[in-house]
Design a protein around this ligand. Structure first.
Ligand code: ZN
Length: 214
């Protein structure tokens, strides 16, 4: 997809290629990769690089192996992790699989003021959720105790750093406080992974935190 202005970091892509991320972050990265030609190309590079490293580790073994068996191993590895292509609808394939359909299949829970969320998974200390923010509405201002990775699927939002639209990814950590505001004109749907609870600024969001669970 063209028009993506905020790309995923090399660290996260390498972590994904190495299978080192918690499942919640894997989901956000896989969904972003299926929307971004740039990320897909870079990921292919890291997977190839990973293959070379593995080959070097296996050098002694490979010397004993026939060429066919080595090639079969390489092919087997790439087949196990196919690169997803974009599909019609709002949700790319990796997300559709988890949700069991597109945006109309999500079992939303209200957060108040028209905002909604749906927790998709919570494992290894990290969780992934869909957030629905009505057009023009602000999310509570917050800081982060760990990592937060946000991917825009529909609409757009702005925060202190920039504007984020479909396919854009934003990484936030302890050093960053922000207040995302959905742009007027279109409701915003994001996929968000976090590995710790957020630090809300005002008293109202702190009361809301048990509901958000973020
Ligand atoms: Zn945040």
């Amino acid at each position: 997809m063209n028009g993506i202005r905020h790309h995923i970091s090399d660290d996260l892509l390498m972590g994904y290629a190495a299978g080192a991320l918690p499942p919640a972050f894997d989901l956000v990265v896989a969904t972003h990769v299926s929307l971004s030609d740039d990320a897909r190309a870079r990921l292919a590079g890291y997977e190839e690089l990973g293959g070379v490293v593995l080959s070097e580790l296996d050098e002694a073994k490979i010397a004993e192996d026939s060429l066919e068996r080595t090639l079969a191993r390489i092919n087997g590895r790439t087949e196990r992790k196919p690169v997803e292509r974009p599909a019609p609808g709002i949700f790319p394939e990796p997300l559709k699989k988890i949700v069991g359909g597109d945006a109309d299949a999500v079992k939303w829970r209200g957060l108040g003021m028209g905002a909604k969320q749906c927790v998709l998974q919570s494992e290894d200390g990290a969780s992934a959720r869909l957030l629905y923010i009505p057009a023009g509405q602000a999310m509570p201002e917050h800081g982060h105790r760990g990592m937060e990775l946000t991917l825009v699927l529909k609409g757009a939002y702005r925060d202190e750093t920039d504007r984020f639209a479909r396919g854009d990814i934003e990484f936030a950590d302890e050093d960053m406080d922000h207040m995302p505001v959905a742009e007027a004109g279109e409701d915003c749907i994001c996929l968000v992974a976090t590995d710790s609870r957020l630090r809300f600024k005002g008293w109202l969001p702190r009361i809301a935190q048990p509901f958000f669970g973020i």
